[in-house]
Design a protein around this ligand. Sequence first.
Ligand code: PMT
Length: 420
Amino acid sequence: MDYTVPYMKRLTNKHIVLGVTGSIAAYKSADLVRKLKTAGAEVHVIMTKGATEFITPLTMQAVSGNEVHQSLLDEKAEAGMGHIQLARWADLVLIAPASADCLSRLVLGRGDDLLGAVCLASTSPLAVAPAMNQAMWKDPATQENVAKLKTRGIHILGPAEGEQACGDTGPGRMLEPDDLVTEVEGLFESGILSGVKVMVTAGPTQEDIDPVRFISNRSSGKMGYALAQAAVEAGAEVILVSGPTSLPIPDRTRRIDIRSAREMHDAVHAEIKDIDIFIGAAAVADYRPIEAEAGKIKKDSDTLTLQMTKTEDILASVAGLKDRPYMVGFAAETDNLEANALKKLNAKQLDMIAANRVGEDPTGGTLGFESDENALSVFWQDGNKELSRMPKSQLARILVELIARRYKSEHNIIRPESFG
Ligand code: PMT
């Protein structure tokens, strides 16, 4: 294990849209942004008109490092990160402070300002941290609104009790930024895999040609690391067997560093005994040079021929074990995605396969490899599910939930619910 690599923080890779509404507690939102960022999150701030009476957009821009979003009808902003893009980008929409007016607007589903429109357009969790005078909080209208929001699955964080800016004492204070960060961290934890041991492989392998050269591929490790993080958040104990990447170790994950396919094979088999779920997201080299040269190959001839041999098939070797874990493989395909994925599902005797299109993205950049986003077609023996393009962190959470449900249904722990 390489202890020089920093651990990922609890909110690493999390995209948070922070809505700030008109309340005196808005002055604490700057500190909240700072603390969310310290915990690893990336934050985009939306301010309502009322919020700008209490704290300036410039302050929020300075602490978030991103331009503050204020208007739904701003051509320039919509051309940059418009409201639909913001809604899609968010792993969580957090409104802190959420005024009494904001709560009632959410109940009505108003979409006539940017924050309301993003809340309507986002499919990610929504959490609100109410902040208002204690009498306003206790008012039956507010209480009814809160009850309605709860029935819609909106998370209500706080409020706290105590002395208020207006001189009253009672419930209605916004939770302190530290407490909000803890609450937000908790929102990403599902517990669906608690007590389950998961092994994830990630990143590329490097196959030596000589002491200074190797054959490798473009895997960054992002997909596998996001899966490891998502499995941790689902409560699993996670071992991440990783090829060389520049990524920090996901929080609460045991990482084993390897370079070659052979090293990955050996590391996986050394630790596989108690593993319940195996997820092979690594881009393992299919071939290695038959023998790495002992000395640096000289540039004496115009051409060079390398004799290659097949590497160990790690996935198939684990699937072939007598006491095998629940097996999830990946398929990286440039064409015939479904047919090739199903072929691998059966040939390697997997329980599930997640297929992604790889290569050049017609809209620019690369698909699958290196990119921050991905899309997956997931297949298992009697079902399939399409996961559309989204950030790898979000995709990983959905895939881990799907794996957990299939795993548990096959072990008669729960029914697969809507995923079947
Ligand atoms: O790392 P990123 O930049 O985020 O990119 C993510 C990814 C594209 C690498 C990832 O989403 C992915 O598709 N990983 C699998 C890549 C791959 O090697 O696919 P494959 O179709 O060649 O292999 C099929 C499966 O067999 C994979 O689960 C692979 O881990 C496994 N395999 C392959 C060869 C081998 N010798 N041993 C294996 O276990």
